[in-house]
Write a protein that binds this ligand. Sequence first.
Ligand SMILES: Cc1ncc(COP(=O)(O)O)c(C=O)c1O
Length: 397
Amino acid sequence: MSSEQPYQNFLDNNPYPRALKSYDFLPHHGSAVYLNYQGKKLINFSSSDYLGLATHPLLIERSQQYVQTLGVGSTASRLVSGNFSLYDALEKKIALAMKKPAALILGAGYQANTSVLEALLDPAILKQRALVFCDRLCHASLLATTRFVADVKRFQHNDLIHLATLLKKYAPDTRPKFIIVESIYSMDGDEVDFNALILLAKKYHAFLYVDDAHAVGMAGRLGYGKAPDYAADIDMIMGTFSKALGSFGAYIACSEIMRDYLINKCKGFIYSTGPSPAVLGAMDAALELVPAMQEARLRVVDYAARLRAFLRENNLDHGASQTHIVPWIIGDTEKTLAISVLLQEQGILGTPIRPPSVPVGKSRIRFCLTAAHSEEDIRHLLEVLRSVIHLNIKNNN
Ligand SMILES: Cc1ncc(COP(=O)(O)O)c(C=O)c1O
């Protein structure tokens, strides 16, 4: 048997194989919203560039400035020799924005969650395996290492009564307790109830870890996410620069002690080259722009409300979405794939999301509304959806 046989077997038995498609920007548009796919114009409704910052002139300019000064690489792990003073300045700005005493930049959101949680839950440090209470729909990165180092109890999605029941059941257990949630769930666009969650975390002395990836830039008093508005009661905030903030990378906002601990223990920080100066420039500019983008956020709120209203009026399921992420939950994977093709034929990029990214029977087209969409784009989306529905494709659920 060839050494690649097991992998070939997996590919052969995968009913819905994933494949990369390559898109180009549509010439002269200068926006990530309008794509050219094999000669066809597509309006991208599957992008996480919620504020349109990926092509914003200030991010591009600052990124170029940093590259001019420092080159394109940080040349080493920050603990070795790759720690430019720009990192320190930026981390101070992040800490201020997220209302925590300190912050640390990491390579990517996935890397941040996997390596920070591995360090946070390290049984050698805690002298025992921690008990982790994690929402059933938490992103894969929140569980990837967690499940190996801690005992994980998953509660029903956004069901804080279920969480309370589990916390009560394990109250006599003296092991350290952690609660892991997202503030806005990536595939459902619904939000956690922070007030109730914080009461529970306090009552059961649980460490609260919040992934604010889909909220930063889009929610909160100054637009820096939902978590900063509750920062005093959240132990650790994780967020990304890769979604509404337009570029790449992640941050952890926490206490000085926890930052020092991560610098000493987080393998994804210690054993990884610091992000490129190009990315640092884009991060810096995005942080500067976000508070003044309230008009853009309100426009996205309006787009999302109109899409949800349309789906409801047509008896289509948008789940519990309350934000800029609006899923059309179709259920059947085959049907979801077919609808995605129909949308694409009419110029709408709505990527199908299927298991394991979502539970079996919950395949969907996940629409992301962004400030880079125009009124005309939204009207076109609704028109195309109307025509697809008229093709007599009914919702499964
Ligand atoms: C909730 C959540 N956390 C973390 C990540 C990972 O972030 P990144 O894309 O920066 O690796 C994602 C991205 O899909 C996400 O949705």
